[in-house]
Design a binder for this molecule. Structure first.
Ligand SMILES: [Zn+2]
Length: 466
């Protein structure tokens, strides 16, 4: 009786209704809740950095950049205009891009790009040159060119005739001569590539920064996971800031550039390397790893095993694609970094001439508009702008103007000569040398690279002629 009463007492709740059937369910619910909370906790832990950036850090950066923007002075009225340009872009004419001219023009208009130097990869029928965009399209001036494994070349206008002589198997010097004969310029892309022939003396320029180079560094440094999380959580909301996670200061490229310029004039450009076909995709491999695809290459850039592979197997079946995103729509690669050409008018002749003379600077314009930056030299009646070279004479001075008061570094022969925190600087020059300027701005106490000017070369009497 007691047993019966006891079991009855346990079976009834305070309202007197029977309960035992619900008890298992309650425990099940509780365990499920614990599991969900645990998974949520793990997800929050894994995403803690991008979530912090999404809701705290990047909004703070965005506010700081917006505030800096309100302080930008208008460009000076000195007869020069800085035209925002893209040097190094691909289209459907390349094997690794499907971008159409209409998409390229639309993106350029949206970003405010005023000139694009197209550099499609060579094909057997040379369509990269015969079909290349050239001349004015809705206010954007296009220049044809190509990028082979060895070099990149751009031309002032349509290229016809024996196109194969530009890219066929000739010695490089000969090929570069053929480019020059057509009025073109040879620019070395991807300066990180070991096969670059720096000893050749008839190439005209080099990239001092390239977006894809930075991504290759991300892979080499095993930071793919960090990049993926950033892209996943922040790519859409903060496209420029999310690219910044891979941005690296091109210290060794600048050093190389300084070395070359000490001997002869070499142009420095920014490599947008725009394809609009750099699709970031995650796919499970047959071996149970996570393959990371970047671009249209058939081979993955990286294969991640271990825990990552295990998770991949957990979320995907077979060799299923898990996630994909177009990382480099044209407007994103066009906006991040640019080559600004100083010219008197927006014409193909003036812009090509500006590039050929090195009358340009490179800037991370996706963060802050650098237009109005100037670097010049004056000595009595003699004036020079960035890219120029002339004989050193005592009594001259260098003039630097930045659109806002910020950190200015004057570099002489590859080493820091002087540092200023100002908007306009006049620096007397007491010795010959290769002078160039770097400008940086401050965001929340951090110093971000912004502008790299072309050098002004004040030649000593024993300098080699340029
Ligand atoms: Zn390229």
């Amino acid at each position: 009786m007691t047993d019966n009463n006891g079991s009855q007492a346990r079976a009834r709740g305070s309202d007197g209704l029977p309960k035992p059937r619900h008890r298992g369910l309650r425990i099940g619910c509780f365990l499920a809740l614990v599991l969900i909370l645990a998974l949520l906790g793990v997800a929050l832990w894994l995403l803690r950095t991008p979530l912090y950036k999404r809701f705290v850090l990047y909004p703070r950066y965005a506010r700081a950049l917006a505030e800096l923007k309100t302080r930008l002075a208008a460009p000076p009225d000195d007869g020069w205009t800085d035209f925002r340009s893209v040097v190094h872009s691909h289209s459907y004419l390349s094997h690794d891009s499907i971008g159409t001219p209409a998409e390229i023009v639309a993106a350029a208009k949206k970003v405010g790009i005023e000139a694009i130097f197209m550099t499609d990869h060579p094909t057997a029928d040379n369509r990269q040159l015969s079909h290349a965009l050239s001349g004015d399209a809705s206010g954007v001036i296009f220049f044809p060119g190509y990028e082979s494994g060895e070099n990149m070349a751009v031309f002032p206008g349509p290229v016809t005739g024996e196109l194969n002589r530009l890219v066929q198997l000739l010695p490089l010097e000969k090929k570069f001569d053929n480019v020059a004969k057509r009025g073109g310029l040879v620019i070395y892309p991807h300066p990180e590539e070991g096969k670059r022939r720096w000893d050749i003396v008839n190439f005209h320029g080099m990239e001092i920064y390239n977006i894809h180079t930075d991504f290759k560094e991300v892979i080499a440094a095993k930071r793919v996971g960090e990049f993926l999380l950033e892209e996943l959580v922040l790519g859409r909301r903060f496209p420029m800031l999310a690219f910044r996670v891979m941005q690296r200061e091109p210290v060794e490229f600048l050093a190389r550039w300084d070395d070359l310029n000490a001997k002869r004039h070499v142009i420095g450009t920014a490599g947008n390397d725009a394809h609009q076909n750099v699709r970031l995709a995650l796919q499970r491999t047959e071996e149970g790893k996570l393959a990371v695809y970047f671009g249209v290459e058939e081979e993955p850039e990286a294969e991640l095993g271990g825990v990552v592979g295990w998770i991949a197997g957990w979320v995907a079946e077979g060799t299923e694609e898990i996630w994909a995103r177009q990382v480099d729509p044209y407007e994103r690669s066009f906006a991040f970094v640019n080559t600004f050409l100083l010219a008197r008018e927006h014409s193909p002749q003036a812009l090509f001439e500006a590039l050929a003379q090195g009358h340009n600077y490179v800037a991370f314009a996706g963060f802050l508009d650098p237009r109005g930056f100037r670097f010049s030299y004056r000595n009595g009646d003699v004036t020079a702008i960035m890219g120029d070279e002339l004989a050193f004479q005592p009594g001259g001075s260098l003039h630097i103007r930045v659109p806002l008061e910020t950190e200015i570094r004057l570099i002489r022969d590859g080493t820091l000569h002087s540092k200023y925190s100002d908007q306009e600087v006049t620096a007397p020059v007491t010795e010959p040398g290769l002078y160039r300027v770097e400008a940086r701005f401050s965001v929340g106490g951090e110093s971000w690279p912004w502008i790299y000017s072309s050098p002004i070369h004040l030649l000593s009497s024993d300098s080699p002629p340029g």
